[in-house]
Design a binder for this molecule. Sequence first.
Ligand code: ZN
Ligand code: ZN
Ligand code: ZN
Length: 551
Amino acid sequence: MSARGVAKIPKRIDSIKFSLMDPNEIRKMSAVEVKTADTYKDDGHAYKQGLMDPKMGVIDPGIRCETCGNKHNECPSHFGHIALELPVMHIGFTMLIKTALKSTCNQCSNILLHSAPETHPLDPEKSEQDYYRDRVHDVMRKHGVGSTEFKKIIKEIEKECSMARRAICMHCGSEQGKIMLDKPTTFKEKKKDKGEHKLNARDIREWLEKIPDENLIFLGMDSDSSRPEWVIMKVLPVPPITVRPSITLDSGDRSEDDLTHKMVDVLRINQRLRENRDAGAPQLIVEDLWELLQYHVTTYFDNQTSGIPPARHRSGRPLKTLSQRLKGKEGRFRSNLSGKRVNFCARTVISPDPNLGINEVGVPVHTAKELTVPIRVTSRNREQLRRMILRGPDTHPGVNYIIRGDHFRVRITDRTKFIWSGFRCLNPNCDGGDPEREEPYTGMNPELNEVLRAPNFLPGMVFRQENKRTIEGLQELYVADLEATIANLRGEDLEGRSLKDDNPNAIIHNRWRWEREHPDEDYPEHLIVVCPHCGSPWDEEEEERSRLTHG
Ligand SMILES: [Zn+2]
Ligand SMILES: [Zn+2]
Ligand SMILES: [Zn+2]
């Protein structure tokens, strides 16, 4: 088989790994720091360091991107970032924060498991930390990190660490409180007789920062790629403009994407927070603004967080933010990826049938005729496919179109199916034969020319005479007998009996058999195909061509 048309695969994805994003990476990949909440000036240009800064990519044709210099169809578009005045929690990771706070010491941030030998339940040489580490590794090996077993073992460690008998840290001796989460984002620590106090995002960040890398395995984290404090954000990535394009209404007004609206809220509060802090405003006011900033960042990620009211447009419609774009029936996964319409796919009723195999399913004939699969022609299936072409688009199992060697797609119709399932005579003067000619070809049959004009022919084709009543009276005309022809191509007659080897009607089938049985030999005399229009013999070059384009 030729290598023609075989798709080359430049890169093959082996696996994908998800991890937290390093804030330094967010800053590094950012093309611009977004500082002002405004988008467009009155003259229509975007504000520098605004949410529509052209450094984040271009959508208008003709303009070049300020970051990479490409036009809109080549610019990959670029992220920006917002530097938050005070850290806020990422709403997607509150459970991770809870686990981390419960499992580690509030002073020294070490995991609340014994590290000294003789604390292992089985092996006196080893410690309790060794015991749990081995178990986590074991689960990872057996079930993988996405499994329920993995979640279970992490939960078990969390439970063990927050037990009442570990109220005093075994590493530094400080008293541990009970960690409580007031959904969605308020953490509190309650100590036995001192009452409870709130842990704000900055406190938590400092706590998480001190957790040693080698303890992260007990939280179910991979120390190679992630750090727990990264879920408390000081810097927020701003998605490129292509992710949140603005639309121009008929009236000429611009309408911004919901994500842009949300980023405007974040920037406004961030700015007010900075101003108030710089002006030395009372702590209470700063804390209120901080909470508001947390609210806007939370709803930016997920506008259906339970426990807080969703952010709404002035019209009352809730904003569609990041998580709403992805989840649910209308989200990216179920609607755009699983529900993607592609070629060679359709939807139909299916049917059970006692005659079907266990690996088969019944579809209506109409669907089966419409829904085709591309099949590559090989020397093995060539004759079977030739018969399918001959059946045409209306008889199942037939063919709707063929893709030629030069990649052209040719639709098969009732008229062209004879041409494309047969051969083509390469004699430039082949004209179907003229009975008036001085030396007409002896085997010439004019009725063939009526059904399949020169220079096309199909050895083994059977004709039938039919009478058609017209205005001029009864007319005799020839039509192809499809069933008999297909039987001949199979090397059989209509009753399914095998034709003799020297029967000229079975020549296509017998040539194919010869080819398979004697791949390196020439055809014997009786298998040489001759054009029935003009009598031209088949030459080798012709044969090659015929095999490429028709077979
Ligand atoms: Zn660019
Ligand atoms: Zn401690
Ligand atoms: Zn010819």
